[in-house]
Design a binder for this molecule. Structure first.
Ligand SMILES: C[S@@+](CC[C@H](N)C(=O)[O-])C[C@H]1O[C@@H](n2cnc3c(N)ncnc32)[C@H](O)[C@@H]1O
Length: 462
């Protein structure tokens, strides 16, 4: 029997109900959920009773009492996943991604490649790393203490894949510094693997205990529901809801047998999806060739943006280096320094403010902030021209050069990093993912340049 069939057997015995759907392996997406018959809008496709959740409530006391009281729920669940040596969740663990599957996560990329991520993705990665390190700092004592291998059993822990090569207790007593360092590193890697599982598979939930936590930390794991992939279109994803008794997933529309059924992880742009989930949505058939006129350029319904309608491009790297120190001070005073973005249809108001700090007189700039964009229509054309120039330069000087640099990198050089995916095929996949992300950035920038040049003013902000 396939692991996902065993998971279903285990989950259904615990009260999980699937109706008209089943897990299936899908090319390029790992596991996913597909319709097994035609489905009508509003049908309940999945019910996961609260007793099946893996949560702060299910972490054994033998583990939680040995961790700091203020450890995040994320850290606690990761420690539980990494150190659980019982077979309670064996059927569930067997369908979870392996460390090799997580080679696509930028956290595991070689530093040379991480440095070439778009600015917002680099910032997200730095925040993610800080969270991992904070949680590891809280959990590491337990992992590294000699008797800590398995708080809930006397046998050594095994990870989700049965890759049980960790005999930490013995190594530590050898007094061998090298072996101890390798052991510590392996334990940290195991923790990070579990941390990423939690990061990519949890659902927002509220229980009395979770309500005492920050919103960001109100997370639970649920079996089977964690096999739904993400849809980034405005429509075309099922509704997920919970109450005290259960989670339910309800069909948003009709599905034919064989259609993939997805949910929406949130209104996430491409940088976030890449850093937090390790994938990039949307086609990749565009090499930036200006001579080809693609319907995608207008972001119309059939284009690539349909697949990730919430995609956006961070512009801090475009604008901040252009601003003088005094312009930055002024922007900072009014709360508009940084955080500049554009999407397929709009350029954010913060960007408009920063652009005027670049190319308008101070009184015009102040009037714009006070009156909003409508008070400044006469200057909009000049601002658009300057902005289009900056974006075109960004395309030639940053985007294209970065894509060329990534394409020219070879796996051996990258392998010097601390990547978990050191073999050349995984680093090639990492490079392709990064290039794909940059090509999407390029397309959004190109769409904006066209609009700036083709219209008298940018009348949309967000
Ligand atoms: C909650 S899991 C979904 C199930 C997952 N595909 C699996 O094999 O277990 C989230 C992960 O699925 C993958 N994923 C989700 N949506 C995707 C999509 N639209 N395209 C490609 N990969 C996707 C990413 O690797 C993400 O980190």
């Amino acid at each position: 029997m396939e692991p996902h069939e065993q998971l279903l057997q285990w989950a259904e015995a615990k009260g999980v109900k699937l109706d008209g759907i089943a897990p299936q392996r899908l090319p390029g997406r790992g596991m996913g959920i597909v319709a097994t018959r035609s489905i009508q809008p509003d049908e309940i496709l999945l019910e996961v009773p609260a007793r099946c959740l893996r949560s702060i409530e299910t972490v054994p006391k033998s583990l939680s009492r040995r961790l700091p009281r203020d450890i995040s729920v994320h850290g606690l669940l990761a420690a539980d996943l990494a150190l659980d040596s019982t077979d309670t969740y064996a059927a569930w663990n067997a369908v979870c991604p392996t460390p090799a599957d997580f080679a696509s996560m930028p956290l595991h990329w070689p530093p040379a490649l991480q440095e070439l991520l778009p600015g917002p993705a680099r910032a997200l990665l730095a925040r993610q790393r800080a969270k991992v390190e904070r949680d590891w700092a809280a959990a590491s004592k337990l992992f590294l203490s000699s008797s800590s291998s398995s708080p809930s059993s006397s046998s050594p822990p095994s990870d989700a894949n049965g890759d049980d090569d960790d005999d930490g207790t013995e190594k530590k007593t050898e007094g061998d510094a090298t072996a101890a360092a390798a052991d510590a590193s392996a334990k940290k890697q195991r923790f990070i693997q579990a941390w990423l599982l939690v990061n990519t598979r949890t659902f927002y939930h509220e229980s009395p205990r979770l309500r005492r936590r920050t919103k960001e930390d109100r997370m639970v794991l649920q079996p089977v529901a964690d096999l739904f992939n993400h849809a980034g279109s405005r429509t075309g994803w099922c509704h997920v809801a919970f109450d005290a008794a259960s989670f339910t997933v309800r069909a948003d529309r009709r599905y034919a047998a064989g259609d993939e059924v997805r949910i929406c992880y949130g209104r996430h742009g491409g940088d976030l999806l890449l850093v937090e989930y390790g994938f990039v949505l949307g086609g990749d058939d565009d090499d930036g060739d200006e001579s080809r006129s693609s319907h995608d350029d207008d972001g119309n319904e059939n284009g690539w943006l349909e697949e990730n309608c919430w995609d956006e491009v961070g512009l801090d790297d475009v604008l901040l280096p252009r601003l003088s120190d005094s312009a930055k001070d002024k922007l900072s005073e009014v709360g508009f320094l940084g955080g500049y973005v554009l999407d397929a249809g709009t350029v954010c108001y913060r960007t408009q403010v920063a652009l005027r700090a670049l190319c308008c007189l101070e009184e015009e700039w102040r009037r714009f902030i006070e009156d909003g964009e409508d008070g400044d229509a006469a200057r909009q054309g000049d601002v658009d021209r300057v902005f289009a120039g900056l974006l075109e330069e960004y395309r030639t000087q940053t985007i294209r050069k970065t894509v060329a640099k990534v394409a020219a990198m070879d796996g051996e050089e990258e392998g010097k990093g601390e990547s978990s995916g050191k073999n050349s095929s995984s680093t090639k996949a990492q490079r392709e993912l990064l290039c794909k992300r940059w090509r999407h950035v390029d397309r959004l920038v190109r769409i904006t340049v066209k609009r700036l040049k083709g219209e008298t003013g940018m009348n949309k902000t967000h």
